[in-house]
Design a protein around this ligand. Structure first.
Ligand SMILES: *Cc1c(COP(=O)(O)O)cnc(C)c1O
Length: 374
């Protein structure tokens, strides 16, 4: 039995595939590079954590970081890029304070757990937050109702949605066509495929899924939207201040920023977002095919709204859950337990997950089914 964290480390196979939803696996070459330069960064003889965030060497890193992200996502010049504190949920509070007045109206699409948290937070700062309950069912499968059925408000200060619901495994693969600025929580889908940034007012993402360490966030905002904040906005969360200060109003999470910069370089070297999209498509198709071709496993989300990043699946016989997890872990396939709200299993496969990881999971699932199917 693997019980303690220590035992876990000792018993790990040489190859471990980490399916954690977040904080999630980082690209191995990035971790190796960070390790190799940990005590001597850019020839300074000290680590990146021990240097002023206003030192020219550090500033050069932040500039490269922003440029790499701009290159990767083709971010137009009328957008500012902010590197902020407080992860994804920090932005749940920052958005309404920065983009709306207290008596404005806001539209929030409610497609799952993260949308719902965002809505609850927005209600603290803006009186009228319309929660658009758009989840429906088709052929017995969960789906997002077509846009024609959404009760949109043309007077909303902005429209918020979560293109990839990390817990529920529900995705919107098209950007909604609305007449107000679109704000998207891309925490678990940013950098996974090419995107037309110009369709958005704000794109934001907590870093710990596809960018780097937790507690850090990226905000991409159309510059004209920097002008509408409430009278009192917590200064470190003030988009306008952070844009003017190049995200250096106070001491940023310098190590997280550095690792994010290394991840961007890695994505570029791998061929950019087109290459990521192709890889993510192949990995997710492989796993969905395995689930769909079996009566032993199931996924209850309509094909139209299936996530390519987070794939929840259930065993038909839930009493086998513990056995499944134990055997998977013994094979180096770890962190497959579903979210506590959803149960079952969940495989998160962000950019850093190689195709071999998806293949190893599917091979294991096929063997497990053969061994336990009645
Ligand atoms: C993980 C996640 C968050 C929350 O991020 P924190 O950094 O924990 O605040 C928000 N939205 C989505 C879609 C997420 O996946």
């Amino acid at each position: 039995m693997i019980t303690t964290p220590q035992a876990r480390t000792l018993e790990r196979k040489s190859v471990v595939y980490n399916f954690s939803a977040g904080p999630a696996m980082l690209p191995a070459p990035v971790l190796k590079k960070a390790q190799s330069e940990l005590i001597n960064w850019r020839g300074l003889g000290i680590s990146v954590m021990e240097i002023s965030h206003r030192d020219p060497v550090y500033l050069q890193m932040t500039e490269e970081c922003e440029q790499d992200l701009r290159d990767l996502m083709s971010i137009p010049s009328n957008y500012a890029v902010l590197f902020m504190h407080g992860g994804g949920r920090g932005q749940f509070s920052a958005l309404p304070q920065n983009l709306a007045k207290g008596d404005d109206q806001l539209d929030y699409l409610n497609t799952g757990i993260w949308s719902d948290y965002a809505i609850r937070e927005a209600k603290k700062y803006v009186r009228q937050v319309n929660s658009l309950n758009v989840m429906g069912e088709e052929d017995g499968l969960k789906c997002v109702k077509p846009q024609a059925e959404w009760q949109l408000n043309a007077n909303a200060a902005y429209f918020h949605y979560c293109p990839n619901e990390t817990v529920d495994g529900i995705a919107l693969h098209q950007v909604p066509e609305v007449s107000v600025p679109v704000v998207a929580d891309m925490s678990s889908v940013i950098l996974s495929e090419p995107l037309d940034v110009s369709k958005f007012g704000v794109i934001y993402a907590g870093a710990q899924k596809n960018i780097g360490p937790s507690g850090f966030a990226v905000v991409i905002i159309r510059k004209d939207l920097l002008e509408t904040q409430q009278e009192r906005v917590c200064t470190v969360m003030n988009y306008k201040v952070q844009a003017e200060e190049k995200s250096l109003y106070n001491t940023p999470n310098t190590f997280a920023w550095y690792l994010a910069a290394e991840v961007f370089k890695w994505v570029k070297a791998e061929g950019g977002l087109a290459a990521m999209a192709e890889l993510n498509q192949r990995k997710s198709a492989l796993l969905y095919e395995c689930v769909d071709n079996s009566r032993f496993y199931r996924n209850t989300i309509h094909g139209r709204n299936r996530s390519k990043m987070n794939i929840p699946f259930q065993l038909a016989d839930e009493s086998l859950n513990a056995q499944f997890l134990k055997e998977a872990e013994a094979e180096g396939l770890i962190m497959l337990k579903g979210h506590r709200f959803v149960g079952g299993m969940r495989a998160s496969m962000y950019n850093a997950m190689p195709y071999a990881g998806a293949q190893a999971l599917v091979d294991f699932m096929t063997r497990f089914e053969k061994a336990y199917a009645k």
